[in-house]
Design a protein around this ligand. Structure first.
Ligand code: ZN
Length: 190
């Protein structure tokens, strides 16, 4: 049964991640944004720019421009789609639930995760957790800056140092690495 569940997660992961990667949502520019922030994941070179407008204490429009591996782009796309219209409290709850999920903590939570459920597959690849969280950390920093007094964040967010250093996940040294190193591994069948 567990194997079935894992297989289902795998399929969902690929299907949803690839769909969002190929057709990223939230690319429309936000007019008169209340906040913008940029994030960078040095581990595999993912870049993201997040802009949003607020409608009271809710997210009005949200724009996510990302480039990099499929997981960072897909996570940003899912974030843009999922957070539109959410209250800031809900945004924090979803971010927190996502981090718990990534770190394998099974918490009782009634947070509606939508397509984010698909990202649970990422937790098997610790290096890529940073990719998945990059858009969220970037948005969260921008929101914190607003809550702290309306000033814009002074520096771009980075996932560097947020967790233990990533393990070297390949034996390539000075060799040409095939494809994008942080992309979905195709050879995970042991
Ligand atoms: Zn990445």
């Amino acid at each position: 049964m567990d194997t079935n569940r894992e297989q289902q997660l795998d399929d969902l992961y690929r299907e949803v991640v690839l769909d969002h990667y190929r057709n990223p949502r939230g690319r429309d520019p936000v007019e008169n944004p209340h906040g913008c922030n940029e994030g960078f994941n040095p581990v595999c070179g993912d870049e993201v720019r997040v802009c949003f407008s607020l409608d009271g204490d809710r997210i009005g429009q949200i724009e996510v421009q990302g480039s990099g591996c499929s997981i960072s782009v897909a996570s940003g796309s899912i974030m843009a789609e999922h957070l539109r219209g959410k209250s800031l409290g809900e945004v924090r709850a979803i971010h927190s639930a996502l981090m718990s999920m990534m770190h394998g903590r099974d918490e009782d939570s009634d947070v509606d995760m939508g397509d984010l459920e698909a990202l649970e597959g990422v937790k098997k690849f610790p290096v890529r957790i940073k990719c998945a969280l990059l858009p969220w950390v970037t948005l969260s920093d921008a929101l914190k800056a607003i809550e702290a007094g309306g000033s814009r964040p002074e520096s771009a967010s980075s996932t560097e140092g947020a967790e233990e250093p990533p393990p070297a996940d390949s034996t390539t040294q000075g060799e040409e690495r095939p494809g994008i190193p942080c992309d979905i591994p195709e050879d995970q069948h042991g």
